[in-house]
Design a protein around this ligand. Structure first.
Ligand code: A2P
Length: 269
């Protein structure tokens, strides 16, 4: 399977990332160290996760060059505006102890306590700040997260740079077909967060049955499914055995089994 995805500006990103949402700062150092030790070279964090400090320290302490790790962070969802975005970006770099980011995303089109609120103006202002940071060489690629088609369209209509990524909840049962097609049309890489539906998928009988056929675990099939759909999975775990398992995906899911997985209903409703 492919090792890298390529953004529309030519920059590449390792095809499985280590997700750190819900890893507390106290555990982040050990978890990220385990991930690096076991071959992950792509780490995904956010200011809102409150773990950037130890995520950054783990990467800096590990015996790997900065250029050989792909680091993503995110502009907090409630921060909308040009100067506010520049300031939040500085805070993230300080927390991480780094002088550039590989990918910076607008965390969501609306604040988490006002989901659905129209923040078009604010998103455009933030995006213009991200374009500046990109043009200044402080960020290698810029993108969005949790954006719907209309949210991306507003940036396409008002800004210069087409987002390079959209990080969305994506897992078996939540196929986001229209959004995926739209992103594909605009050459936007889709990153899949919660590829295991935050763990809720793993007992599904159909998934278990298919996993047995491949001599794989349900988690491996769920992560492999994202790759089959051309999305970049970001599995999270704090357990080494699982961290290892989640990127050992040396099998392909047949068209017939994919069709069976496509029929599974969203376990999170
Ligand atoms: P833990 O961190 O305790 O290992 P998602 O990536 O969809 O958000 O899912 C993360 C959840 O799934 C976490 O609760 C994580 O638990 C669990 N998890 C991650 N990898 C595996 C695995 N290979 N097998 C079982 N559970 C897993």
């Amino acid at each position: 399977s492919k090792e890298l995805f390529t953004f529309h500006n030519g920059v590449t990103i390792p095809s499985i990332g280590f997700g750190t949402w819900q890893i507390p700062n106290e555990e982040a150092y050990d978890s990220v160290t385990m991930a690096l030790k076991n071959g992950y070279t792509h780490i995904d964090t956010a200011l809102a996760y409150q773990n950037e400090e130890n995520v950054g320290k783990a990467i800096r302490d590990f015996d790997i060059a900065r250029k050989d790790v792909f680091v993503t962070s995110k502009l907090p969802a409630q921060i909308k505006g040009y100067q506010e975005t520049l300031d939040a970006f500085d805070e993230t770099l300080t927390n991480l102890g780094m002088d550039y980011l590989d990918l910076y995303l607008i965390h969501a089109p609306w604040p988490w306590n006002e989901i659905g609120k129209d923040c078009t103006e604010g998103n455009i202002a933030s995006w213009k700040a991200m374009e500046k940071l990109y043009n200044d060489g402080k960020i290698k690629t810029i993108g969005v997260s949790n954006f719907e088609i209309k949210d991306i369209q507003a940036l396409l209509d008002n800004c210069d740079i087409v987002p390079m990524a959209n990080q969305i909840p994506f897992y078996i049962g939540r196929d986001q077909k229209d959004l995926l097609d739209f992103c594909k049309k605009h050459d936007i890489v889709v990153e899949a967060y919660s590829p295991l539906a935050t763990g809720q998928l793993l007992d599904h009988p159909v998934l278990k049955e298919i996993a047995e056929k491949y001599d794989a675990t349900p988690a491996q099939v769920a992560i492999r499914y994202c790759l089959e759909k051309d999305t970049l999975p970001l599995p999270k775990s704090t357990h080494e055995k699982r961290i290892i398992e989640n990127r050992e995906l040396n099998f392909e899911i047949s068209a017939e089994d994919l069709a069976a997985l496509d029929k599974i209903e969203d376990v999170r409703g």
